[in-house]
Design a protein around this ligand. Structure first.
Ligand code: ST9
Ligand code: ZN
Ligand code: ZN
Length: 333
């Protein structure tokens, strides 16, 4: 995916007269003047509401089971968190959405495998939505438009039908590289079977057969709690990191540098930088700092499995900061 200019990334969507939407934006704390005019239709998808409610209820219950879990199960859950995270950050995000580095086939297969553990839609769907998120950022054509508030950007967008503009304008996003990647098309074709096995069955059965954990605890902790935690860490990039933090690279856009999100999301909280320089493989100015994913990609490069890592030169970053950045800003512009 070619580097995008700032006009693409900061939206520049339709503006019109303001009514209910503006009130909604103010209530949600967003004050940008480019509020979209038409109130987006909300068609709730009850299947998703029920499934996500059950998942979160199960994950909450699992917290109380933690003291009874064997320490190996806890280590296994953390390992699965790491694998799922790499499938999203190093795979769906930095490799397939942004093409910020290249990966040889064994690494691509490994990342697809990890991506299935994360169960966040196929890489094809994830990358298509994410490219739309950057190209039409914070307009109706952005699948998780943060101007519709924290809840919508976090999980709400998965509970309703997409805004028609996501589908219309999304057609202009080139996804031919994705449809030409056999690892991606294979995953897309067999997605539900793969996630059933890799996100739920294997995470439950490894603790049972390897160290004698109860199937009940293994399912709640290593499958449900771990899955819900990774989902929420990911969604925080869309919600919290589009609202809170400072904007040293471009104060005119909402995506912000949020260290808590960077920590939870293995390096994906440097979101002001990322929206300004989306083709940087590190998604941040600062290498391995709070960025396990960059450490992972660099390790893969050492092993000869990743190459052509794209990094923005320091002088380009500094010029951009002087032009549009504000060194410290903790509220919405
Ligand atoms: C999940 C995804 O959680 C999370 C993504 C987060 C992204 C974060 C990014 C931040 C940066 C990276 C940070 C990583 C941090 C990681 C940290 C790890 C520790 N363009 O979708 P449909 C068309 S998923 C073009 O069904 P509906 C297309 O023709 C959780 N066209 O729309 C499509 O047909 P097809 C698990 C598009 O019916 C058709 O519309 N998954 C586009 O409105 C229908 O598409 C779930 O829960 C586009 N962008 O339904 C499933 N989009 O696909 C949730 C659509 O055949 N999803 N079209 O080509 C759903 O159930 C539905 O998508 C829906 C909308 C109900 C939300
Ligand atoms: Zn974003
Ligand atoms: Zn991105």
């Amino acid at each position: 995916m070619p580097p995008r200019n700032i006009e693409d990334m900061s939206g520049g969507g339709e503006t019109d007269t303001l009514g209910l939407d503006q009130i909604e934006q103010l209530v949600n704390g967003a004050t940008d003047a480019a509020v979209t005019a038409k109130r987006p239709p909300r068609q709730i998808v009850w299947r998703n509401v029920v499934l996500f409610s059950l998942l979160h209820a199960g994950a909450f219950y699992a917290i109380f089971l933690l003291p009874q879990a064997m320490y190996q199960t806890l280590l296994w859950s953390m390992f699965l968190y790491f694998l799922s995270a790499m499938g999203i950050t190093a795979g769906a995000h930095r490799l397939w959405s942004h093409r910020s580095y290249k990966a040889k086939l064994p690494l691509r297969i490994f990342l697809v495998f990890c991506n299935c553990i994360a169960f966040q839609n196929s890489v094809f769907e994830w990358a298509r939505d994410h490219r739309a998120h950057h190209k039409f950022s914070e307009t109706n054509a952005d699948p998780h438009n943060a101007k519709r508030g924290f809840f919508f950007a976090h999980i709400g967008w998965l509970l309703v039908k997409k805004h028609p503009e996501v589908k219309q304008k999304g057609k202009s996003v080139d996804v031919s590289d994705l449809t030409n990647d056999p690892a991606i098309t294979f995953q897309h074709r067999h997605y539900l079977k793969l996630v059933l096995v890799l996100c739920f069955i294997i995470p439950t059965y490894v603790p049972v057969y390897m160290w004698g954990e109860s199937a009940y605890i293994a399912f709640y902790v290593a499958a449900l709690l771990r899955y819900a935690t990774v989902l929420n860490a990911t969604w925080l990039v869309n919600s919290a990191a589009h609202i809170w933090g400072h904007r040293p690279y471009d104060h005119r856009i909402n995506p912000a540098e949020n260290m808590a999100v960077a920590f939870c999301a293995t390096g994906e909280g440097f979101h002001n930088y990322h929206h300004v320089f989306p083709h940087d493989y590190s998604t941040s100015e600062f290498g391995w700092h709070l960025n396990l994913t960059t450490l992972f990609i660099d390790t893969m490069a050492r092993l000869g499995l990743a190459y052509d890592r794209r990094k923005v030169p320091l002088d380009v970053i500094q010029r951009r900061q002087q032009r549009t950045g504000i060194l410290r800003e903790d509220k919405l512009s």
